[in-house]
Design a protein around this ligand. Structure first.
Ligand SMILES: Nc1ncnc2c1ncn2[C@@H]1O[C@H](COP(=O)(O)OP(=O)(O)OP(=O)(O)O)[C@@H](O)[C@H]1O
Ligand SMILES: [Mg+2]
Length: 234
């Protein structure tokens, strides 16, 4: 069984189902990427995996355990970290306070993890005392990812980590995400920069209207003429 197995997810926000039987699996240490049009339900699928919305049908099994009924906080304790698409930092708090907030569930010494995050994102060490809201878009995303890494997750959920950043900053962020994956952390990432994200993906999902339109390796999706034409701009 896969490390994360979200199976036949159905549900929404009270009205019609947004997720229409969506399946997502992620293996240990793998980078899995979800792409698809606006409103397809990508963020909803991430929220469902993290327990921020309850499923009407389907299940989420993580590390061999059925966690379908667990709260987000309990999922964090089981080893999930989540970076939401919006409002993912505390703007008035310093960079370091953001990281400390990320570690609030831990009872052990968090200073080693903070240093590891500063090694991963050296600019954050320089800006540790600055209000996170004053940083550039790319730096704020680094704070958001760093905050999620503070709980030492086994699976990191990233909803559009490169939204609003320049191509150079995007490449840089993707390199850091690859580095995190190589350290053994599984990554499930939603990306608007579909082509570039699929290039670093072990596995990709094209989500359309809450269901899986295509599932394949990143390379195979990039080579698929239909996927290219419809979702990757040719
Ligand atoms: N909190 C909410 N309450 C009600 N409906 C919502 C809520 N969040 C999202 N939706 C609806 O669910 C559908 C899917 O939204 P979702 O945010 O999952 O799409 P997405 O694929 O992440 O889109 P985007 O690429 O724009 O981020 C949309 O029709 C949206 O209007
Ligand atoms: Mg979204």
């Amino acid at each position: 069984m896969s490390f994360l197995c979200a199976t036949r997810m159905r549900g929404g926000y009270g009205g019609a189902d947004i997720l229409q039987g969506c399946d997502i699996t992620v293996e240990k240490g793998e980078i899995a990427v979800i792409v698809g049009p606006n409103g397809a339900g990508k963020s909803t699928a991430m929220k469902a995996v993290f327990g921020m919305m309850s499923l009407r049908e389907g299940s989420v099994v993580f590390d061999g355990e059925d966690i379908t009924k667990l709260s987000p906080q309990d999922r964090v304790a089981k080893g999930m970290g989540f970076v939401p698409q919006t409002n993912n930092i505390f703007g008035t708090m310093s960079v370091e306070e953001n990281l400390e907030m990320g570690g609030f569930l831990r009872r052990d010494d968090i200073s080693v993890t903070i240093e590891q995050i500063y090694d991963l994102f050296p600019i954050l060490r320089e800006k540790r005392a600055q209000a996170a809201g004053e940083l550039s878009g790319g730096q704020r995303q680094q704070v958001a990812v760093g905050r999620a890494l503070m709980t030492q997750p086994k699976l990191l959920l990233l909803d559009e980590p490169t939204a609003g950043v320049s191509p150079i900053v995007m490449d840089e962020l993707f390199d850091r995400i690859i580095e995190v994956a190589r350290s053994g952390v599984s990554i499930l990432m939603v990306e608007q920069n579909a082509r570039q994200a699929l290039e670093i993906a072990d596995k990709g999902y094209v989500l359309v209207q809450g269901g899986n339109a295509y599932t394949d390796t990143g390379a195979a999706l990039l080579a698929n003429p239909e996927v290219r034409r419809t979702f990757l701009g040719g």
